[in-house]
Write a protein that binds this ligand. Structure first.
Ligand code: GDP
Ligand code: IMO
Ligand code: MG
Length: 424
């Protein structure tokens, strides 16, 4: 069963792309299964930074066939911009496959995203304003336009026109500026032409590949606690990043998957609003943000930061059937005298066992911390477990003991090769 899923175990930006890049060495297909260009996935190779939004992070390897599967919502302007940028840097995207069944994002989705956020006032979710929620809403109410529709150019143009006219009425009703229908139809007709050679029955493609014994890597975007069902609703994204979403989002079955890798930072970050029990609003939080360069890849927003939360990670293990953890950014903790790890939550003074199923309860819990001595050593050049100071080893041992699955990979810097395989 050669399918591996990589899933964010926190609120996103855990360093998934770097781990996917690493795992891509031994995989032929790298497949995005949900989300859209709200994702910002960074790989750094020889000081060259690649920030990917839609194209799977395995694309940097020649042997990888990148696949955008049915669960993704695809913004064509971003897709082609990304292809042009990558090809300008010598990376071919000719093999890219886009599922016939993937839904497309249109400018009215972005307009609706902005209107919905403005209407929420102080209760804003803090979305990326990329139109992700409205595109998934259209999919759910069965009025979406799918990538496969571009094979019939005339019909595609007529559908885009009809949808644009209908959506303009709603936008104007909500007080927004109407969109230029002719401009959208012309622009998207050209995008449709360009998309056509990439459109593929990716369900058959992936199952045929499995039949031949090919290795398939499924790349989660966003993360467990941004999951529409299991995240901190309503402060979530509109898809299912959790491992179950990888099946719905690709057409592979649960029994095809053998390995599920959860990615966590050595601390926690979040962009946008919503509860965050271990958030630090003091100098330590500023240090995590400054040293960890915690500014959004997509929106440039300053991320919120706090200590590592093992209660979240235990829940991520359950929700995703994680077989292992990859822990990134351990180097960001290098300068701390002491490091805190959250091992439990108290509610009204009492320890609670179950992960709160309501955002208002999560916002009210008090974290219980275990304090560990810091290592005060630059870890960036460490390449083997044995090179880690005892204090860093103790940190990793505590995480494994708390979370109950092994930590296999440890990130010690942003570069492709800044990692070590951890054994206690
Ligand atoms: P993703 O969305 O989960 O792929 O993560 P992002 O790319 O949005 O954010 C992770 C950031 O951390 C990127 O800037 C990476 O280059 C960087 N990064 C990844 N792993 C490490 C690591 O182990 N140490 C350090 N210092 N940076 C890392
Ligand atoms: P990657 O894949 C971090 C957050 C937004 C907002 C919420 C809903 O790089 O980890 P949306 O635009 O999806 O409707 O916004 O989800 N969000 C992310 N946060 N990393 C991401 O992706 C995110 N994608 C969406 O900030 O709070
Ligand atoms: Mg990101």
């Amino acid at each position: 069963m050669p399918v591996t899923v990589v899933v964010g175990a926190q609120w996103g930006d855990e360093g998934k792309a770097k781990i996917i890049d690493l795992l891509s060495k031994e995989h032929t297909y790298v497949v995005r299964y949900q989300g859209g260009h709200n994702a910002g996935h960074t790989v750094v190779v020889d000081d060259e930074k690649y920030a990917l939004q839609l194209i799977p992070s395995g694309v940097l390897y020649d042997h990888v066939i990148p696949v955008i599967a049915n669960g993704v919502v695809v913004d064509l302007p971003t897709l082609f911009n990304e292809i042009d940028t990558l090809e300008g840097r010598g990376i071919s995207c000719a093999d890219l496959k886009v599922s016939t069944l993937a839904h497309l994002i249109f400018p009215w989705h972005q307009a609706h995203d902005a209107i919905a956020e403005a209407m929420r006032g102080d209760d804003k979710i803090g979305t990326t304003l990329k139109g992700i929620g409205p595109a998934y809403a259209d999919k759910a109410r069965r009025v979406g336009v799918r990538a496969g529709e571009v094979v019939d150019a005339g019909r595609f143009a007529a559908t885009v026109r009809a949808r644009a006219i209908a959506e303009n009425e709603l936008i104007e009703h909500a007080g927004g500026d109407p969109l230029d229908v002719d401009e959208i139809v012309t622009r998207f007709a050209a995008f449709g032409e360009r998309l056509r050679p990439h459109v593929t029955d990716t369900v058959t493609l992936l199952h045929d590949a499995l039949g031949r014994g090919a290795q398939i890597l499924l790349e989660g975007a966003q993360a467990t606690f941004l999951d529409l069902d299991h995240g901190t609703y309503p402060y979530v994204t509109s898809s299912n990043p959790t491992a179950g979403g990888a099946c719905a989002g690709t057409g592979l079955g649960p029994r095809d998957i053998s390995r599920i890798v959860g990615i966590t930072k050595a601390y926690t970050t979040r962009v946008g609003a919503g509860p965050f029990p271990t958030e630090l609003l003091d100098g330590d939080g500023d240090t995590l943000i400054d040293v960890g360069r915690e500014f959004g890849t997509v929106t440039g927003r300053r991320r919120r930061a706090g200590w590592l939360d093992c209660v979240m990670l235990r829940q991520a293990v359950r929700l995703n059937s994680l077989t292992e953890i990859a822990l990134t950014k351990l180097d960001v903790l290098d300068g701390f005298d002491t490091v805190e790890v959250c091992t439990g939550y108290r509610l009204d003074g009492l320890l609670i066992d179950a992960y709160p199923d309501r955002s208002d309860i999560l916002a009210a819990v008090e974290p219980v911390y275990e304090t560990l001595p810091g290592w005060k050593t630059d870890l960036t050049s460490a390449r083997e477990s044995g090179e880690l100071p005892a204090e860093a080893k103790a940190f990793l041992a505590l995480v494994e003991q708390q979370v109950g699955v092994p930590v296999n990979v440890v990130g010690v810097g942003a570069e492709r090769d800044d990692y070590l395989l951890w054994t206690a």
